[in-house]
Each structure stands twice: as C-alpha cells, then as structure tokens.
Design a protein around this ligand. Sequence first.
Ligand code: PLP
Length: 387
Amino acid sequence: DLIFADSLSRLGTESAFSVLARAQGLAAKGHDIINLGIGQPDFPTPPHIVEAGIKALRDGHHGYTPANGLPALREAVADDLHKRHGTKVNPDHVVVVPGGKPTMFFAVLMFGQPGVEIMFPDPGFPIYESVIRYSGATAVPIRLHESDGFAFRADTVLEQITPRTRLIILNSPANPTGGVTPKAEFDKLVAGLEHHPHVTILSDEIYSQMLYDGRTHVSLLQYPEIRDRLIVLDGWSKTYAMTGWRLGFAVWPEAAVEHATRLAINCHSCVNASAQYAGIAALTGPQDAVHSMVAQFDTRRKIIVDGLNALPGVRCTNPGGAFYAFANIADTGLTSAQAQDLFLDKAGVATIAGTSFGAMGEGYLRFSYANSAENIQTALGRIAALL
Ligand code: PLP
C-alpha cells in the first residue's frame, strides 16, 4: 500500500469537475444533458486573441519565459488595471501564473500553517477552504446570507479577526452566488483593518468585468492604505473566455513578490509563452467581445432568475455579477445534494449542490447561466415538469 502524507486527507476538491464528468458520461450514453453546472463562458476565445497565440508559436516562442511573466504582459496588466480601476500598479508587483487558482494556492501557502487562522467566504469558491485546510491553518468561514444578496458584511469579517488571523479571502463579484459587495462595506472593512496590521487580504477579483445593472467594480486596489498587505487575483479565464489557456495574474505587495516568484519557479517555472502573447492581445486589443459576452450573460440572467422564481418551492435573488444564480430550493423539501442528483438524473440538467461551496450552501443550488438562452429555457421547462 502507498503511504501518503497526512496532509492529503485535508485536501478538498471542486465538485464542478466531477459533475461535469458525470454529465459527460450520461451524454456519452445518449442522454440529452444541459450543463448548467460548469462555470465557464460558452463562447470561444475571441479570434484576434487566438491568432496572437498562434503567431507566437509560429514566431518561435517555444521556450521558457521569465518566471513572473513576460515584461510586456506585466506592463499590459498594469495599464489595464489603471484604465479599469483608476489606480497605478507597478508592473514588477504583477506575477503571471497559469490561471486564477495558483495565486490562491501560493497566497495560502505563504501565510497558512498550523496555529494560524485564515478566513474564507461561505458559500464560496471551494478551493479556498480546501487549500487553507491543506496548509494546516484553521479555516474560519465568513458567513454570507441571502438576505444581504450574499454580499459580505465588514462587521462580520472584523469581529472574527484574532491575533492568529493571517489572511482574509474575499470575492466580489462572487462564485457561487453572483453576490456583489457594495462599496460602503469595503470602505468600512478597510477602515477597520487599520487596527489589525497583522492581517493580509487576498481579493479574488476574477469576475471584475462581469457586473450588471450599471454596477461598477470596487477593487481593493483602490485603497492605497492597504496596498502593502493586499493581494489582488484576476485573470483572463472568465473575461476573455480563456479557461483552457491557463493564464492569470496577481498584484502582490512588494514584500511578497519574491516569494510568489519563488513559488512559481518551484511549481511551474513559467506560463507557456503563446498563452502570454495571447494575453497581451486580449488586454491591448478591442474589448467589444467582452462587452458583447457580458450583454448576453445579462439577457440570460433575467431569463434564469425569472424562470427559477416561477418554479414551485424555489426562489432566487437577482445576482449582481458573475454568471451564476444561487437558488434557494429549501421549500421543495429536497436537500441540495438530492436536488442536484434528481435534476441531473431525471431532467438531464446539471447543476451544483450549494453544499459544494460550504456549509452555508445547504438548501441552495448553483445554476451557471453560461449557456444559451434556449438551453436555459429548456432546462427550466424540464425542471418545472419534474417538480
Ligand atoms: N476564482 C473564482 C471565484 C472562480 O470562480 C474561479 C473559477 O471558477 C477561479 C478563481 C479560477 O479561475 P481559473 O480557471 O483561471 O483558475
């Protein structure tokens, strides 16, 4: 028998991948499955970005690049953040990594160890809790409530800070809820953090461009008073429909850049060169495709929220961002896990149980509306018939 390290028993997973595998298995057997489980844009990467990646390969960019990313890409990131958030970022504080996830892993490994506490949103992206527990740190949930539109409350965060708190993970717009935290809560949080200088913040802003109803993104980069203890994670996966390219970045505090780069060298050396050239094209080229994708998500958002609210025993708050609807299914009498299995097996609709995103997710089901309006309508019709 293989004798694994104890730490492995603490590593969680992202069940979107197992639901995807089950949905694909059913589809392969001839079942007609509509996948509202996986959280990735259903659009192809815009053609000018694809061409830039191909050109980089044709031009011979086949070798290693600097571990922290191509200088031209890090400069493009800094320019883009300046344009979007009105804030200056030093390109030398940007570290490019393969997707959004490595930054989470690196940040948690940098601060997490037995005896320290790390806060994470619940319900929230499952990888946060998984890697916190893997590091040996204590995972402290920031409970989010439907009645707050799943925004976090500054007071909830501040009240839970102890001398052992090292890192607080925040995510707005949020997965799995689509919740957007208002600026007033960020203001209050930053003001409160002044009394807790031992705490670092990881702000996951991967959905920073997916906002609806005229909302503008609040980036923690807009608060210079915490810049020396702030990590901002963002990337290309969602904004440019590039989940499979594996390209992301973070802005690190000056004191952490060297550690992040060293973790990158130990882990993956660098991101593949062609993806980085594609990333430059994405940031510096036309943004129409982004606007058009967001407009389509917005149309689908209305369809799915209205449709869910029309189902017996189901209610759904209107998500302000991302591309998820987090429906309350408690009054159907089903648990999250039962609803997930029933909808997949009997209606051919893949969704994700709220409990996959933390204990607070019981009674909820996540629907990704990164699927066509037609498929969303068909899926809703099938669930209505079933219920
Ligand atoms: N952060 C959040 C909140 C996400 O929902 C996701 C993907 O689902 C990621 C990060 C990871 O993105 P990537 O695929 O670039 O690693």
